[in-house]
Design a protein around this ligand. Sequence first.
Ligand code: ADP
Length: 543
Amino acid sequence: MQDYELSVQHVLWRMERLHSKKEVVTKREQGFHRITNGELVRRVNRLAGALKRLGVKPGDRVATLAWNNYRHLELYYAVPCMGAVLHTLNLRLFPQHLEFIINDAEDKVLFVDQTLVPLLKPLVGKIPSIKTIVLMTDGAPAAADHGLGELLDYETLLAAESDDYPWPKLSERMAASMCYTSGTTGNPKGVVYSHRSQFLHTMGALGADSLAITEKDTVLPIVAMFHANSWGLPYACGMAGSKVLLPDRFMGDAKSIVDMAEQEDATILAGVPTIWIGTVAYLKESGKRLPKVHTVICGGSAIPRALMESMDALGLRMLHAWGMTETSPLGSVARPKADTKPEDELNARLTQGVAGAGVEIRICDSATGVELPWDGVAFGEIQVRGPWIARGYHNGYDPGKLTEDGWFRTGDVAKITPEGYIEIVDRTKDVIKSGGEWISSVELENAIMAHPKILEAAVIGMAHPKWDERPVAYAVPKPEFKGKVTQEEVIDFLRDKVAKWWLPDEVRFIDEVPKTSVGKFDKKVLRASAAPIKEGAAPAVRK
Ligand code: ADP
């Protein structure tokens, strides 16, 4: 067989030669911006020329601070295909985290959306590796008071180049892009994807038992292009030749999302559960429906059963996937197997699914490292290996993440059924240890979110003198039940759903669960501000 180097260049070739008429549509303040793949590839060639002229060399890091839009997509191709490394910056990180990761990656050039220029202000003078900043804007340049010196203009740079960039021959082991973890459980750490891993991950994502994205689809990722490789969707869509819808900075707005999906005939949507909680509320209130959507890819955190049921009732079929920045991110997908009985379908779809082709998985006792059986009962840390799984972090942080025999420790705790379905119990850092037994915060949250008066719930373990830790629930009532739901009501509701000793010591009502930079419940923030458990709180529940 030929010794063909796997690279992102192949995806670009397909977009140009096979799917040049397909459109990339970006939401604008007013209406949509449209560009065909053919035109986009020409601009990618120009962009590569501009990067070269700016002195970008193979292996150099090129950072982006941008929303989901066509220019960001152009960077997704031009940077890796010319041999440099695309570093997507998470625009929701605190300035000190941004400063840390830009310096850690030693980014050389930075591309920034005009609306995000203010985020750079606190970094002035603190990011010495950045030699050039390029502004991406449709109209007037940014106000000059940003203190960043001269900003180059993206469109002016492209206008000076030709449509025909001489793409270099790449080795598949070269770095293509990098992304930092969102810091849910600590400082962000850099994960570097190779051309080979991106290529194989793309092929894995396209499989019929995986995300099954095809040329006939119109895909609307409400998954930030700055986080977790945007779930691999940009390259998967490019490889398949699907039409792409990009919501730009309107990702958190359910109306914008539904309108865009409706007007552009989206068939596949993708996003974390919190996006769909908002979408369900909007669809119910507006009476709108999205009959052309056949799949809603959902991952990033567990799907609450109540959410999947509401989405099903609205005709939106969710496809549950599990993964993390370190797994590129696709690890597993929940498509019920052929022998699933109709009454077990929903339960199977609510698991984190089975490992995708290309990914090997095992669970191990966190303390002893001993591998555990797939009996649906024993639970331990998920460890994974495969061609798109990280073996470590940029600059060697946290070397202990790889086991001696080469498996990546994910920090997620799960059971695996004999059929191979993964059921995530918790993150190792979130699981609650009460009286020597484990309580899954995720399971408790899902049980609470099934209460008809509750919109969102997050459960944390709080220090307890006798039991070590006890669960405390934070719950957000649905707007119409604000002030009209009691702790006793919630606890009573849980009584026949979880073991007695799992019942939270307290249910605290709040207006909103704090969210991380990528829309997950931020338990770090809850923990930091949580008042201790009240003396004598809900004493009955522990007996
Ligand atoms: P961070 O680790 O900084 O939150 P990631 O987006 O990489 O950033 O998060 C990956 C983590 O998200 C996983 O380790 C897991 O804990 C959680 N996660 C992802 N998908 C699911 C899912 N389908 N069900 C439960 N947890 C999930």
